[in-house]
Ligand binder design. Structure first.
Ligand code: SF4
Ligand code: MG
Length: 344
């Protein structure tokens, strides 16, 4: 049983032309690091929040979200609390937004243990010290007494990671956890997350716009566009031979984590908004391969490509899939990023 399972999840708001999420299926196994990649507005943060049973007010929900087997769609308050305070934790982009500026770090870390767990002050403090050490902070005893403004953004994000681990969750959800930080600190935070994930056998879902960061950190990647998964595979598969033109476009438009910068080619056009819809492929308006009469007729299903690319997927979460009518014709070639540079 996967630790996190989205099964055909749809989230729709009235008065919008298309659903925010449309038939999203995704799994994260225990001990597996998985990334969900897409531009802003693609629906990835809504997906992350759905993993905690948080849905936009007034939305119609279809399908299933299960954490460790517990269904979150239509769940009562008790089950949601059980998931949010024990099974799963979330780390957000801006650490300062998640911590009370006038309370000490130690209080932030021990409060829930003492209030909901009934821990003694000494035991909760010992646990906080252990976690601050685990996230690599230099002087845990001093940090416990400090206020958030006394710590840098990177140190504070480490505190947030420690906070997310206090209840010993099995699933860690990270929504753009390094976007607010400088490049060096980004790499440190990702290394800490990955180490803790491996040491503790956690399931990790990394939400990011940065496909190179995803590939450097995660075993498996899902690419989301306009509320749908358009491609999934191992990090190696997607990085070396993307099948979907959008994946190829993301690879061509983000600077690599290491190595020379090369020429960056942004994907032409803008993502489809919630007030727009398309009868066919939602990427057609931006796709350099769009074929009239094919791509604008029906939406492509997410399916295994007919031709195998590099050795069959070894991921525990399932096979490589792509949603593109022409994937077998155009996909899987390393030169795809260059193709996407075609002038609009
Ligand atoms: Fe491009 Fe057509 Fe594939 Fe959509 S279905 S990504 S428009 S080639
Ligand atoms: Mg977001």
């Amino acid at each position: 049983m996967p630790l996190l399972e989205f099964n055909d999840l749809s989230v729709a708001l009235p008065a919008m032309a298309r659903p925010i999420l449309d038939g999203v299926s995704l799994t994260v196994a225990a001990g597996e690091a998985v990334a969900l990649v897409g531009e802003s507005g693609s629906g990835k943060s809504v997906t992350a929040r759905a993993a905690l049973g948080l849905f936009p007010a007034g939305a119609a929900i279809g399908g299933h979200v299960r954490v460790d087997g517990a269904e979150l769609v239509g769940a009562d308050a008790g089950r949601l609390r059980e998931v949010r305070t024990g099974k799963a934790s979330m780390i957000f982009q801006d650490p300062r937004a998640g911590i009370n500026p006038v309370r000490r770090v130690g209080d932030f870390l021990t409060e829930s243990l003492r209030l909901t767990g009934g821990w003694s002050k000494a035991r909760a403090n010992a646990r906080a010290l252990e976690l601050l050490t685990a996230v690599g902070l230099p002087d845990p005893a001093r940090h416990l007494r400090q206020y958030p403004h006394e710590l840098s953004g990177g140190m504070l994000q480490r505190v947030m990671i420690a906070g997310a681990l206090t209840a010993e969750p099995r699933l860690l959800l990270c929504d753009e956890p390094t976007t607010a930080l400088d490049v060096t600190t980004q790499a440190e935070i990702m290394a800490i997350l990955r180490r803790l994930q491996r040491e503790r056998g956690l399931g990790l879902l990394l939400i990011t716009h940065d496909i190179d960061l995803a590939a450097a950190t995660c075993d498996r990647i899902y690419v989301m566009y306009a509320g749908r998964i358009v491609e999934t595979g191992t990090a190696t598969e997607l990085l070396t031979a993307p099948r979907h033109p959008y994946t190829a476009g993301l690879l061509g438009s983000t600077p690599p984590l290491d190595g020379p910068l090369g020429r960056l080619t942004p994907i032409r056009g803008v993502p489809m908004g919630l007030l727009e819809s398309a009868p066919g492929c939602s990427f057609a308006a931006r796709c350099p391969h769009a074929r009239p009469g094919v791509c604008d007729r029906t939406a492509p299903d997410l399916a295994p490509p007919a031709t195998a690319r590099i050795p069959a997927s070894t991921a525990r979460s399932g096979p490589a899939l792509v949603a593109c009518h022409l994937a077998d014709e155009i996909g899987g070639r390393p030169a795809m990023a260059a193709v996407c540079a075609a002038p609009s």
